[in-house]
Design a protein around this ligand. Structure first.
Ligand code: AMP
Length: 114
């Protein structure tokens, strides 16, 4: 059996995470190396490697993840706005091969990204 990546281990409860929200379809937890005052990762429990691996049937799950992103942003008080980032593949800077949304906020973020 292939080695599980870090997010799969968090989903399985094998390593700890600072979880801010969870339900039957997803988890939201603080990034271990925050790039902004608020940096939360929202991930599906379903093992999807990246945006490039999404299938049409994942539409309802993706809609749910966006609704969780909005709810978590509100819950942690990101009243002035925020940024949601999804890195895809090596050129996109993806390091963990499990679909995840970065929710960043708590300061004015620069644009464009590097
Ligand atoms: P990406 O580069 O888009 O694949 O982002 C992976 C993110 O996972 C990075 O921002 C890491 O800091 C974060 N990360 C890695 N390990 C952990 C962990 N154990 N708990 C929380 N966040 C993590």
């Amino acid at each position: 059996m292939p080695e599980q990546n870090v997010f799969q281990k968090i989903i399985a409860g094998e390593i700890p995470a600072d979880i801010v929200y969870e339900d039957s379809k997803c988890l939201a937890f603080h990034d271990i190396a925050p790039q902004a005052p608020t940096h939360i990762l929202v991930i599906p429990r379903k093992p999807i490697r990246s945006v490039a691996d999404l299938e049409d049937e994942d539409g309802p799950l993706i809609a749910h993840l966006w609704s969780v992103i909005r709810m978590v942003a509100d819950r942690v008080g990101l009243r002035n706005g925020y940024r949601v980032v999804v890195n895809c593949g090596s050129d996109g800077g993806q390091e963990v091969d499990h679909l995840h949304y970065h929710l960043l906020g708590g300061r004015a973020l620069k644009w464009p990204p590097g």
